[in-house]
Each structure stands twice: as C-alpha cells, then as structure tokens.
Ligand binder design. Structure first.
Ligand code: GLA
Length: 323
C-alpha cells in the first residue's frame, strides 16, 4: 500500500477578521506549527491515531473530509499536530487540509489550491456546524514562507506580501475557552448578510461607509476591509508604526463595533503594547483564543518571553506540503 506523509500549517491572521464571509479582504500568514499525517493508503477505511489526543471534532472533521472529497480511498495513519488546539490558530483547518492532501495522495488525485480549500471549508462546516469563511483553509493550503497572504475572499485571488526581516510577529494565547465562538459567529454572519440584503448588495464588501455608518456590525466590516488593504501596503513598505496603528484600530473595532472581544483579550492587547509591541489585536473569531502583535524583529523574542509559555514568535511558513 502507498506510503503517505503530508503536513499542513495553522495560521495567524495579522489583520482582517470577520471580513472573509463578507467577500472582503484578509491578511493572514501560515505559521511554523503544523498537523502531520503519516501512514498508508487503504481501500476506504479511515483509521487515525491522534497522537496528541485531538479534540472532540477531530474524528468528525476527518470523516467529513473523506465524504466531501468522495475519493474511493481511506487512510491508516498517525496524526501529530503542533498547532495549539482551540486557541484560534486554525488547528482544525490544519487537520482538514492535511487529511485532504493525504487522501488526495492516496487516491492519486490533484486538486487546485482553491478547490482543496473549499472542500475543507465544507467539511469543517458540516462537522462543526459553524458556517466559517475560507480564510483558514486557504491559508493552510497556500501559505508561503516569509510572506503574509493578501486574500481577496471574493475572487480568492492571493497576493503574497513579504514580511520584512525587521518585523517580528508575536502570538499570545489568552487561554480563555472560546465557548461562544460558534453560536455568536453564526449570529454575526447572519447579521451581516441581513444588512447586505437590505442594501440590495451581494455582500458587505460592496457597501460604502456612508451606507453602514449607523450599523456597528456592518461598519466594522467596511472599515476593516480598508484597514487590511492599508496594512498590506504598510507591511510591504516596512512601515511598522503604521501597521501597528492599524492593528490597534482593528482591535478597537472588533471590541466596540463587532463585539467579539473579551476583557482578557483587551487586557492582553494593552499588556503587549506596554511590553513594547507596536500594535496588537485579537486574531480569528474572538471570544477567547489568541492575540497577535507586531514589533521590531529584535524585540519580538524578549516581548514573547514576558508572556511565558503561552507566547511564541511566529514565522510565516509554507502551506501544505509533503512531510
Ligand atoms: C474563524 C473562521 C474564519 C474567519 C475568522 C474571523 O477563524 O474560521 O473563516 O471568519 O473566524 O475572521
């Protein structure tokens, strides 16, 4: 039987949250923490040994990926992940993408990056019931070492933006369980779709600030999209001060307009700035999970150390690849 050995990374989103399902823009990077699947192809049975225990959804996601892919193959494999589970770094997308790649390798199938991401997005939504966007899966598939990805979530066009060697990216886990993340996520998404429908638009991507000035949820989406594009320019220009400022604005908007922050995440953002970060914000869906910060590359290690074991300096990594 054919040997299978693939890995797929988690991600951290530098800026652009709750924009992907509004056909907007995001600026994530794949990180140097990944999910590794190693074993053999089978004729259909799926036997997975989760070396780190996995989480409640791991098995469900695995079977959903197999179902959605629809290839007449299975796996007998070990799954080992270094992506922290349940902290907003897309451990479940890393798992879905790694398994999808493993099953494609087992079945001799080739999918284009966007198709692969769509398969994983659909499988995760079926397995978890959370109607997530495409950012996490597409980043895990298409990540590029030393680059963030500016993704247009309408066209799914991806523009790699090099992360200058002088800029460091720090991730700190709040260690708060994301209990509300699923239900509140679906509720926020529905609210956005209602505003778009009322305005006669395909998605909030198409709204102007004037149109949404009195609706805090929609206002977050419109202002966040603008911040993502500005942040991509700032990153490309090595303008750390501007990047940091945009990240702090993003956090304020997620806290005040979109209301997906928590007191612990707010305190972490403040503590990171206090420790010397140029900017910081909650990253991912919110309601717990991680904060991402930027600083000069020189200072990043020291700042991360101040937050102990729950913090690390993240490097931008390649997307899914052979193990
Ligand atoms: C979760 C979802 C993503 C995205 C973020 C918020 O990570 O899986 O699709 O919507 O929340 O930006």
């Amino acid at each position: 039987m054919r040997e299978i050995d693939v890995r797929a990374p988690g991600r951290v989103n530098l800026i652009g949250d709750h924009t992907d399902y509004n056909d907007g823009f995001v600026l994530p990077m794949a990180i140097d923490r990944d999910c590794h699947v190693r074993g053999r192809a089978t004729d259909g049975v799926l036997i997975l040994r989760f070396l780190d225990g996995g989480d409640a959804n791991s098995d469900r996601i695995a079977h959903a990926v197999q179902d959605v892919l629809g290839l007449p193959v299975g796996l007998d494999a070990e799954v080992h992940s270094t992506v922290p589970v349940g902290s907003g770094l897309s451990s479940s997308s890393a798992l879905a993408v790694a398994l999808a790649c493993a099953l494609c390798a087992a079945g001799d199938a080739t999918l284009q990056p966007r198709e692969l991401a769509r398969v994983c997005q659909q499988a995760e939504t079926e397995a978890t019931g959370v109607p997530s966007g495409i950012m996490d899966q597409l980043t895990s598939v298409a990540g590029r070492a030393d680059n963030a990805l500016l993704i247009d979530c309408r066209s799914l066009e991806i523009r790699p933006v090099p992360i200058p060697s002088g800029i460091g990216v720090i991730v700190v886990d709040s260690r708060m369980p994301r209990t509300l993340a699923g239900s509140a996520y679906a509720e926020r998404r529905a609210a956005c779709e209602q505003v778009a429908a009322r305005l006669g638009l395909a998605a909030l991507r198409d709204a102007t600030l004037e149109q949404v000035a009195d609706d805090p949820r929609a206002r977050h989406v419109v202002t966040e999209n603008a911040r993502v594009l500005a942040a991509a320019d700032a990153l490309a220009a090595s303008d750390l001060a501007e990047l940091g400022r945009l990240m702090l604005e993003s956090h304020a908007s997620l806290r005040d307009d979109y209301e997906v922050s928590t007191p612990e995440l707010d305190a972490l953002v403040d503590a990171l700035v206090e420790a010397g970060a140029t900017g910081a914000r909650l990253t991912g869906a919110g309601f717990g999970g991680c904060v991402v910060a930027v600083s000069s590359a020189e200072e990043a290690g020291r700042i991360a150390e101040e937050f102990g074991e729950r913090a690390f300096v993240a490097r931008a990594a390649d997307g899914a690849r052979p193990g």
